[in-house]
Design a protein around this ligand. Structure first.
Ligand code: URA
Length: 304
């Protein structure tokens, strides 16, 4: 697919994520748009036999769920992703800490993060500071963008609807929330206007302020693989934009192999099997990199 196609796709994904973070659950899509999207996939579809195209849904007065995107899309040709800021230099080789020293260092960091008021607007609006959860000895670390309302209330990352999907993904990989580590770029929930539904995307300034804490977490935990969840976390950590091209392609953060993938919230209301498969293929790459066993059943998830 062309560069323009990927730019449009990224813009669409970003727009849908923004809408969703503002509480929008459905967007109306005209039958003409659905039909045009179906046409977009035709050249790729010619490569192998395809089922008959699905009929476009009839127009309705009420808003409908987001229309499925074309199922057939070849692996992206992946022109070089666009850097938006200089990458963070890798740290000097960290001394290997004993489990006790590592636990003490993480606890010390937590004690510095919990009372943080650097972003006074966030300190004033938050209920809790969401530090991170899981094993500090984990080989695999997931990085999201920021706590939502549920996470802010409970003080734990990824416990809302998107979190439940992430938990399922982790379990499908044969792991558990207790054996991986989960953290966010921002430790505080981005504030929203009183009564406003949904979440707000963190600003670049908020991410820049908070990311040293995540960097310290990563330097202490030293996972073997990092997964960035969604466009915002990927941009915050890797300074790269274009999640639809980046996903499935290994990057490096401070010498650690890092896999960008979709945010689970993107898939929550998107029933497109092909998009689920793309995220799952990213997880298969992660499992292979970690040397985890992959069953035939696991290899086949979300294929028709
Ligand atoms: N989305 C995120 O990026 N992080 C969370 O902790 C919850 C939802």
């Amino acid at each position: 697919m062309s560069e323009l196609y990927h730019q449009l796709l990224d813009a669409t994904i970003q727009h849908l994520e923004d809408l969703k973070s503002r509480g929008v659950r459905f967007v109306p899509v005209s039958p003409e748009a659905v039909s045009a999207l179906t046409q977009t996939s035709k050249p790729a579809a010619a490569a192998r036999p395809q089922p008959a195209p699905r009929p476009a849904p009839a127009p309705a007065a009420a808003p409908r769920p987001i229309a499925p995107t074309p199922l057939a899309r070849p692996a992206p040709a992946a022109p070089a992703p666009r850097p938006v800021a200089p990458p963070t230099p890798a740290p000097p080789a960290a001394p290997t800490l004993s489990p006790e020293a590592k636990a003490a260092a993480i606890e010390n960091l937590r004690q510095r993060v919990l009372p943080c008021t650097t972003c006074s607007h966030l300190a004033n609006s938050r209920q809790t500071v969401v530090f991170g959860v899981g094993s500090i000895h984990a080989d695999l670390m997931f990085v999201g963008e920021a706590p939502g309302a549920d996470e802010d209330r409970l003080g734990e990352p990824f416990v809302g609807a998107a979190g439940q999907l992430l938990t399922k993904i982790i379990q499908t990989m044969g792991l558990s929330r207790e054996t991986v580590y989960i953290a966010n770029i921002l430790k505080c929930r981005p504030d929203t206007a009183p009564g406003a539904p949904g979440n707000r995307k963190p600003t670049p300034a908020e991410m820049q302020t908070c990311i040293p804490y995540l960097q310290e977490q990563i330097d202490l935990i030293r996972p073997k693989v990092i997964v960035t969840l969604g466009a915002t976390a990927t941009e915050g950590l890797l300074h790269l934009t274009g999640i639809s091209r980046l996903r499935g392609n290994w990057q490096t953060y401070r010498d650690i192999p890092t896999m960008p993938t979709f945010h689970p919230s993107y898939l929550l209301h998107n029933n497109d099997l092909a998009e689920k498969r793309r995220l799952w293929e990213d997880m298969l790459l992660v499992m292979a990199k970690l040397g985890l066993p992959i069953s035939t059943r696991q290899r086949g998830y979300f294929l028709k």
